[in-house]
Design a protein around this ligand. Structure first.
Ligand code: BG6
Length: 486
């Protein structure tokens, strides 16, 4: 096999590949994976020769023609480019289908062999498990038993367990067949351009990093409110809740990037090691510093238990006991049915030691000055908020900002969506933006006190910012949101 990182038109180009998509008829494949693969193909980022084999249980009753039609509909509904013209025909021709049921993998084996034969040579195999967690052990076991797993890589979708014991059991199952360096635990937040840019911001510039510590930063907020409700996903959400769905996954991973020490190099090993060290330093969560909320109409949603205790909102304080962050609280918030959908990291800076300006003029800025705000919506922007002198004879201060917006500085047409970027990285064998087994297990370990002793859920109105107690949680600071920028 050749080196994975061979140069292509727009950067490294993966080796020839057979991608096997388990859960090919599911929601994720429809919304993200099939449209994303087509986008990568159109952008010339897929290998020279590749095939995509869709797989699902035989009762999905899908053959290759049915799968192609399913993919066309998915791309038409959710893709950025329409499924038409030569680009689509070329892509469609790479799609085939092989059913797989426990103990009955023959149709899939045949489809993979045919695909490999069509490509020729010795293509790599990439298995993407877009299936519910209860199906993981069976699929992984069959991949091992049939020999399909040999030399192949595995993309695993969250949730990576629901607590420490289940995460360990899952890792054990996976490691029984795939070595850790062939496992790609996907977290689509880490594929967002602006999240990756946190690394560039911190380590490619001379003026941020010197103040990126407890001497200058008073607190940090990682805030991901969502406007959407559970959108008919009661079956999934009831057993999961916001803490497991959003916090222990996406928000903790972002915290890892914001808080990490400079890595020895910009490679997967160093980045993962530094992120894991942050997780090691995380103080076990204190339930007294957690607000669990539930939007008022949640219990009326179809499929939801009328007495449900599942949280649709979580806000919490995280402490990182290391030299850089000791005494600097990190406040995390995410929830459904909130006032806005945003993705924000806010670093609040300490006040200058001397208060020589009139207090009322400082307050005029609504407490939003003295902060660096990273909006990691795609395409994102970064705003430094500070105080400046208002023009006029008096020394009055007003709020001012300096903003970097991706769209003003760069052509974002070539930007990839989170999933696209990460699938490409998995094909290249680059684990930098994927989470390690140790990291995940440590996060569940630190979460144990909360999971064992969750505070009761508090109701909040749809369209609000969560239960009122979030203000006590963050006191003496204030939530940066809502701001006036949307
Ligand atoms: C998913 C969660 O992982 O992320 C969803 O399961 C959530 O509940 C989604 O809505 C948010 O992703 P994004 O990229 O739209 O912010």
């Amino acid at each position: 096999m050749t080196d994975s990182r061979t140069a292509g038109k727009h950067g490294p180009r993966p080796d020839d590949h057979v991608v096997v998509l388990f859960g090919a008829t599911g929601d994720l494949a429809k919304r993200k994976l099939l449209p994303g693969l087509f986008h990568l193909a159109r952008a010339g980022l897929l290998p020279d020769r590749y095939r995509i084999v869709g797989s699902a249980p035989a009762d999905a009753a899908l053959g290759t023609d049915g799968f192609r039609e399913h993919a066309r509909e998915a791309v038409a509904a959710f893709g950025r480019s329409k499924p038409e013209g030569p680009a689509w025909q070329e892509f469609e021709a790479t799609l085939s289908f092989g059913a797989a049921d426990p103990g009955a993998y023959d149709p899939l084996l045949t489809a993979v062999r045919d695909a490999e034969h069509a490509i020729g040579g010795n293509p790599r195999r990439l298995f993407h498990l877009a299936v519910p967690p209860k199906a993981f052990p069976s699929v992984v076991g069959e991949l091992g038993a049939t020999g399909l797993a040999e030399g192949g890589r595995l993309i695993v979708e969250k949730p990576f367990g629901t607590d420490l014991a289940s995460a360990r059991a899952l890792d054990e199952t996976i490691h029984g067949v795939f070595d850790e360096d062939r496992v790609f635990r996907i977290d689509h937040f880490l594929g967002k351009e602006s999240v990756d840019n946190i690394i560039a911001l911190r380590f490619a510039n001379g003026f941020f990093e010197p103040v990126w510590n407890r001497d200058h930063i008073s607190h940090v907020q990682i805030d991901v409110p969502e406007k959407l409700t559970i959108e008919g996903r009661a079956g999934f959400f009831e057993g999961t809740g916001t803490f497991r769905d959003m916090i222990v996954t996406h928000l903790f991973q972002i915290l890892g990037f914001v808080a990490m020490e400079p890595p020895a190099a910009l490679d997967a090993r160093s980045l993962r090691a530094e992120k894991d060290k942050v997780f090691q330093s995380m103080r076990p969560l204190d339930p007294a510093h957690v607000v669990r909320g539930q939007y008022a109409a949640y219990r009326d949603e179809p499929g939801v238990d009328p007495h449900s205790d599942t949280e649709t909102f979580a806000a919490l304080r995280v402490d990182i006991d290391n030299w850089r962050w000791a005494g600097v609280p990190f406040y995390l918030r995410s929830g459904k049915a909130l006032a806005q959908g945003r993705h924000l990291v806010t670093l609040g800076f300490r006040e200058p030691p001397l208060r020589m300006f009139p207090t009322d003029s400082r307050d005029a800025a609504g407490g939003r000055h003295n902060a660096l705000v990273i909006d990691f919506d795609d395409p994102g922007r970064i705003t430094a908020r500070f105080l400046a002198k208002e023009p006029g004879p008096e020394m009055r201060l007003g709020e001012a900002r300096m903003t970097f917006a991706y769209t003003d500085c760069f052509n974002t047409a070539h930007a990839l969506e989170g999933y696209e970027r990460l699938i490409l990285d998995a094909m290249l064998g680059d684990q930098s933006l994927f989470t390690s087994a140790d990291g995940i297990e440590r996060l569940w370990e630190a979460s144990s006190p909360l999971l064992q002793n969750p505070p009761p859920v508090q109701s909040y109105a749809s369209g609000s910012w969560g239960p009122d107690s979030i203000h006590q949680l963050i006191h003496p600071y204030a939530w940066y949101l809502p701001d006036e920028s949307r």
